[in-house]
Structure formats: C-alpha cells, structure tokens
Design a protein around this ligand. Structure first.
Ligand code: NAD
Ligand code: WQD
Length: 341
C-alpha cells in the first residue's frame, strides 16, 4: 500500500483529503498539532473509511519532530502539505505569527524531502495570489501580485520557495493547487468545517446564524460592480477539491508532470454572488436567513472566479457537485454538530 504524509490532515480540507486517499487505497500519515482542529476528526474519518489514519500530534515548525516522522516513513511516496494558519484578519494583526508558521513549516518539510526519498509534494495554494485580477476568469498565467494580507503573502512566498528549491534539487517535484473558496462538508456529515470562534468565512457564518449561534449575517457591501451588487467568488465543494489531491499525487507518481512545478486552479469556473449563496441556503434549508446589508469589508476584492481549463484538460479533474448540494452538505453538518438534525 502506498503511503502519503498529510500535514494539517485533521483540518478542514486535510480531513476530506485523508478520506479520499484512504478510499483510493493509500495509507495516510497525518501530522497535525491540533492548533486549529480537533482529535475527534479521526473518528469521523474512521467511520467513513472503516480505516484509521496514522496520526502524529506534532508541530511542523519543529524540525526534530519532523525528522523522526520522516525517518519512520521514509517509504512515503508524497507529502500533501496543508498545515498553515489561514485567518486573513489575524495575519494583518500578527504577521510574524503567520510568517513563522507558514514559512518555517514549509522550509522544514522541504529540508526533510531533500534528505530522504520522499520527493513528491502537493501544496495548498490559494487564489489570493491573484488579488483582484484584471481579466476574468483568472488563468494560471494571470499575474501573481503581492497579496494584501500577510497570510496571502505566505502563499506567494511559499510558491517561490518551492520553485527555488526545485531548481537546486533535481528530484523534488511539486504540484501547487490554487484553491478558490472551499465550502461544504462530507455527504456523510461525519466531517466538515469546524471554525474555532466567530467564523470569518461566509458559509459557516450563514449556517451558524441559521442554527441560532449568531444573530444575523452581515452582507459586506451591495454596491459592487456585479449584477446584484454583492461580491462574487468561486465556491468549490471540499470533496471535489480533496479529489484533486489524489489525482495530483498519481500524476507525480506516474511521472506525467510536464514541469517540476506545476500550478493548477481548483474551482468550479462559475462566479457566485453573496446573495446567490444566501438564496441557495434558503432554498435547501427551507428557511429564511436573518441578514442585513452592511459596508464593505476592508481588503475584500469585488469578484474572482477560476478558469479551470488547465485542471480539466491536464489533470482530468472537474468540479462535480452543484452549489445547492454543497450548501446542503454544510447545513447537514452544522445540524449534526449542534445535535439538531
Ligand atoms: P485548517 O485550519 O482547517 O487546517 C489546517 C490544519 O493545520 C489544522 O488542523 C491545524 O491544526 C494544522 N496546523 C497549523 N499549523 C500547524 C503546524 N505548525 N504544525 C502542525 N499542524 C499545523 O485550514 P484549511 O481550511 O483546511 O486549509 C488547509 C490549507 O489550505 C491551508 O494551507 C490553507 O492556507 C489552504 N487554503 C485554504 C483555503 C480556505 O478557504 N479554507 C483556501 C485556499 C487555501
Ligand atoms: C466570501 C464573500 C465576503 C463573511 C477568504 C480568504 C482567501 C481564501 C478564502 C485562503 C466575500 C462575503 C463573508 C460574512 C459576507 N482563503 N462575506 N459576510 O474573503 O473570498 O476569501 O477565504 O486562502 O484568502 O481571503 O472568503 O468566505 O470570507 O467571503 O458578506 O460574514 O462573502 O465579503 O465577498 P474570501 P469569505
């Protein structure tokens, strides 16, 4: 059984990806310090897959901890690297926390990959590296700009670190997946998104409002240059997104990659407004959402959605789930964790 190391594997996207690797017959080795996830996620994964991932509660910024894990699993065929901090607002308040965790963590992993036989990397990048693109949909060739937030900048710098490292080490290969806006939960409702504290992101804020944890959703601006005035994003189902990682690893294992660092946009290719997300939620949950229009959120861009032609043609990957089914999965998960289903 081929073995993959998954950093951040108890997190939101990581846990769904562990499930897809287990389903595809891989052995999964999770490294996560649980700074933004819960140990119970492992039981959720086991319920879905009837198999357990191997789990290390370790911090990837600790090189000696990583060293031991790589020694023990030097036969792993790839690293899938999710472990990072991801709050845009917090990164503006505390940039060094973000630069330390997100950059030191990657540097440590690359060091160990250089010294061991583990030579394939799949990296979690983000559409944030494009900022507000001039042309939409955004392709992988669109200019990468310095993102507004330190968090976003760590993603840009990480891609540069990988590129520079690969130039000096002819064996490491990487696929960087630039995710658009991941939403939803596993259809089993055994795993999903579990934001600690008040959610920053739209969909968890909506489901927490509907379940009664928050009073009202604020819609950040309805004066954008979009059909209904609210901002537009490309919301990608987390299970569809997770599947892209298995395809990426297989591509590297089969040596089908054309470059040693390949970049792919992972989105649906469809732009959806905040009001369209609210309407979809109201439809699938069969209830009205309490919301009000407020001012724009500082730093927000107006609109972005992906050109996914490259991922569709070269990876043979395509988003499959509809917006309604994805939003319903998030709602089922919210009800389950609050014991209201
Ligand atoms: P998440 O916070 O749910 O998962 C990240 C996991 O990494 C958590 O379980 C956390 O405990 C762990 N972690 C953080 N620092 C660590 C460290 N030093 N050592 C060990 N474990 C550590 O986040 P997510 O939404 O699943 O995001 C996963 C990755 O995808 C991140 O790199 C994120 O930047 C990227 N990404 C996320 C989004 C999004 O909207 N969710 C969009 C684009 C890219
Ligand atoms: C979506 C839309 C908000 C909350 C962030 C990061 C980005 C990426 C994904 C990792 C926007 C609006 C939101 C609310 C609202 N992460 N909104 N009321 O801002 O596109 O991207 O997560 O790489 O880097 O910046 O996602 O879910 O926060 O917002 O009206 O309470 O919903 O203004 O238009 P965003 P989001």
């Amino acid at each position: 059984m081929e073995k993959v190391i998954i950093t951040g594997g108890t997190g939101y996207i990581g846990s769904h990806t562990v499930v897809e690797f287990l389903n595809a017959g891989f052995e999964t080795i999770i490294i996560d310090n649980l700074v933004n996830s819960k140990i119970e996620v492992l039981s959720g994964i086991e319920k879905i897959c009837k198999r357990k991932p191997v789990f290390y509660q370790e911090d990837i910024t600790d090189i000696s901890a990583i060293q031991k894990i790589f020694e023990e699993h030097k036969d792993a065929v790839a690293v899938i690297h999710f472990a990072a901090y991801k709050s845009v607002g917090e990164s503006v308040e505390n940039p060094l926390k973000y630069y330390h965790n997100n950059i030191q963590g990657l540097v440590n992993l690359l060091r160990k990959m250089q010294n061991t036989g583990v030579k394939n990397l799949v990296f979690s990048s983000s559409c944030t590296v494009y900022g507000q693109p001039e042309k939409l949909p955004v392709t992988e060739k669109s200019p990468v700009i310095k993102p507004e937030s330190p968090y976003g900048n760590t993603k840009k710098i990480n891609e540069e670190i990988i590129e520079d490292t690969i130039k000096t080490n002819s064996e490491i290969n990487c696929i960087s997946l630039r995710y658009f806006n991941p939403i939803g939960a596993h259809p089993s409702a055994e795993i999903g998104e579990f934001p600690l504290g008040v959610p920053d992101n739209l969909l968890p804020y909506i489901t927490q409002t509907a379940i009664g944890l928050r009073e009202k959703l604020s819609v950040f601006g309805n004066d954008y240059n979009t059909p209904d005035g609210t901002a537009i994003r490309d919301y990608i189902n987390v299970v569809d997104l997770a599947k892209a990682h298995v395809i990426a690893v297989n591509r590297l294992l089969e040596k089908k990659n054309k470059d040693r660092l390949e970049v792919f946009n992972i989105g649906t290719g469809e732009g959806v407004s905040v009001m369209e997300v609210i309407r979809s939620f109201e439809k699938v949950s069969n209830q009205k959402l309490n919301y009000k229009i407020t001012g724009r959120r500082p730093g927000d861009i107006e609109k972005v959605w992906a050109d996914t032609t490259k991922a569709n043609k070269i990876l043979g990957w395509k988003a499959e789930k509809t917006l309604d089914e994805t939003i319903l999965s998030a709602w089922e998960w919210e009800k389950k964790i609050r014991n209201k289903s």
